[in-house]
Design a protein around this ligand. Structure first.
Ligand SMILES: [Zn+2]
Length: 349
């Protein structure tokens, strides 16, 4: 080597700086930048190769060359860092652009839920009766045979029990209630001998073959008024007022005689069909009338079981099916639709 002069090495360093700067400007990826570093600044790179000649310089010339070499090395390393930072920034910008929200696009409509038809119907019923002074009274869904049947004037073997086959628990005598009527006994025994005005809403259970008009679980709202001098006129007045509020003023109604073990006399109440105004349509089976509820004067036997003296007190009771009322009101043709969560139905009503 001996002939190397200081000037040559300085030129080589200058050339290296120019080449490296130009190459760095072309390095677009992290991989390309690593390769660039290996080629120019690595242990076997071009800078190292130049500095290897340093030893052949006269001692007094070395510090200057060493100083320039360090400057070139620092400058290139700084340039690499800047280039890496700029590249990372550019990548970040690209991601931001790709993920940015275009606020000029039309928004997606928010799909708001709403209350179930049964819940809405129940709330309408509650509002009407509470305005007439009735309280809402909760009673259990699991009942004893005594409350579900016997205290409602259906002793074991009573033929009316056949109308209400139910679900039995593994505890003998403990059943799922077939109607909300046992709540009448609970309410009477709690308040006797005060006057009572309550509605008893809740789920009831029947061991039924499920079809378009029968479910094994459904809602009932029962009503009970007990006091002195309560007559059949009070029953009619309350129920006609209810029908007018529920379905609109001016509804026609009619009462047909019927039979329930726990009321005497018993009636079924019809209103003129809300869909065809009594003209006749498939929902009312072309009769012009819709069956709305069953009702009657509380049987003296039941009053007595409840703790009221039937020679002093009288009362009326009624029971209705909110799902059936909603079926009629919204023209739904299958009671099973209430619990299948079909969006087409839920959006329609
Ligand atoms: Zn009709």
């Amino acid at each position: 080597m001996g002939n190397v002069v200081q000037q040559d090495i300085l030129q080589q360093l200058e050339q290296l700086r120019k080449d490296a700067s130009a190459a760095l400007a072309q390095a677009d990826t992290a991989e390309a930048m690593r390769e660039w570093h290996t080629e120019y600044l690595g242990r076997k790179g071009r800078l190292t190769a130049i500095l290897r000649n340093l030893g052949s310089l006269p001692g007094e010339e070395r510090p200057l060359v060493g100083k320039v070499a360090n400057e070139v090395k620092d400058a290139l390393e700084n340039a690499l860092q800047e280039r890496q930072a700029a590249s990372a920034q550019a990548e970040l910008e690209a991601v931001r652009r790709a993920e940015s929200v275009d606020v000029t696009l039309p928004g997606r409509p928010q799909n708001l839920g709403k209350l179930h038809i049964t819940t809405r119907t129940l709330r309408e019923i509650y509002a009407i009766f509470t305005a007439m002074g009735f309280q809402i009274y909760d009673s259990p869904e699991v009942e004893t045979d005594e409350y579900n049947f016997q205290l409602l004037n259906m002793p074991p073997g009573h033929p009316a029990r056949d109308m209400w086959d139910t679900f039995y628990t593994t505890t003998p005598g403990l059943i799922l209630r077939t109607h909300t009527s046992p709540g009448q006994i609970h309410a009477m025994r709690e308040y006797a001998t005060e006057p009572i005005r309550v509605i008893l809403p809740g789920k009831v259970y029947r061991y039924e073959a499920v079809d378009a008009s029968h479910e094994s679980m459904f809602y009932q709202v029962e009503g009970l008024a007990v006091g002195k001098h309560i007559t059949f006129c009070d029953l009619k007045g309350v129920l006609i007022n209810f029908a007018n509020q529920m379905y609109g003023e001016g509804r026609k109604s009619r009462f047909r005689k019927s039979y329930f073990p726990f009321t005497e006399p018993s009636v079924e109440m019809d209103i003129d069909c809300v869909l065809c105004n009594g003209q006749g349509c498939p929902v009312c089976k072309y009769t012009g009338w819709l069956e709305m509820l069953g009702a009657g004067m509380v049987n003296p036997v039941v009053l007595e079981y409840g703790g009221y003296d039937p020679t002093e007190f009288s009362g009326f009771a009624f029971g209705m099916g909110p799902e059936r009322m909603a079926l009629q009101k919204y023209g739904i043709d299958d009671i099973r639709n209430f619990y299948t969560n079909d969006m087409r139905l839920l959006e329609r009503v």
